[in-house]
Design a protein around this ligand. Structure first.
Ligand code: ADP
Ligand code: MG
Ligand code: MG
Length: 212
């Protein structure tokens, strides 16, 4: 397997959007238990805007430029909490890969880490607060660990997917301290955080698309 070219990056983002659409009902159901029941809808709206923005952009633009476009599209389309969180994630991730044309494994890991850090800082959420940060951060850490073991692009993305899955499942055991579900306090325990679930969908879709 080779580096992530701008065309492959685009196909990874399109796949993420397709998977979010396919899982929208499940994500809204999760949000219905500890939030306001719209997470699948808000993410689907955001990712549809991302896909449309990518379709309308020149096929050879850099990943950084695509990420800026994605950030604007997501922010303009989504009013919910996830709007500014994902807009910041995309902007930071694009900046992290800079003017590179193709992304090697190190750049892919930098992309995931910067997205995770962007969500964390924008939402002022820390790991353990029961938010999407609890899937982004272990996903990024697992990707970094895979790179440290000489992992290639696919190994790093597979690790990100697995790390996000572990993190998502761990949100079930903890009490929410951020977002709407924080109001539930101890009653939020026992339920997966919807934002962590959508993060898992996105990171695994990126791996699947890169693999094909
Ligand atoms: P809303 O809560 O506005 O309806 P969504 O349903 O789209 O927005 O997203 C809810 C998800 O957003 C939560 O499950 C959580 O993962 C994430 N979230 C909420 N607040 C924060 C925050 N401050 N930092 C990080 N993630 C957050
Ligand atoms: Mg919601
Ligand atoms: Mg809402």
């Amino acid at each position: 397997d080779g580096p992530v070219t701008p065309a492959i990056f685009r196909s990874m983002m399109i796949r993420a959007g397709e998977r979010i659409s396919a899982d929208a009902d499940r994500l809204s159901e999760l949000d219905g238990v500890i939030g306001d029941g719209d997470h699948g809808v808000t993410m689907d709206i955001g990712w549809k805007a991302v896909r449309k923005a990518l379709e309308q952009s020149p096929a050879d633009e850099t990943v950084e430029t695509s990420c800026k476009r994605m950030a604007k599209a997501f922010l303009d389309a989504v009013g919910a909490s996830s709007g500014p969180l994902y807009a910041t994630a995309f902007l930071r991730a694009g900046t992290a890969v800079g003017n590179r044309l193709n992304l090697d494994a190190a750049a892919v890991v930098a992309w995931v880490e910067a997205a995770a850090q962007g969500v964390r800082e924008r939402g002022r959420a820390e790991p353990g607060d029961k938010t999407m940060v609890d899937a982004w951060v272990p996903g990024a850490e697992a990707a970094r660990a895979a790179l440290g073991k000489d992992g290639d692009v696919l190994a790093c993305l597979a690790a990100a997917c697995e790390g996000a899955e572990r993190g998502m499942n761990a949100t079930k055991e903890i009490e929410s301290r951020r977002g709407r579900s924080a109001k539930l306090g101890a009653r939020s325990v026992g339920h997966i955080d919807p934002g962590a679930a959508s993060t898992h969908v996105i990171l695994c879709a990126m791996y699947d698309a890169a693999k094909d």
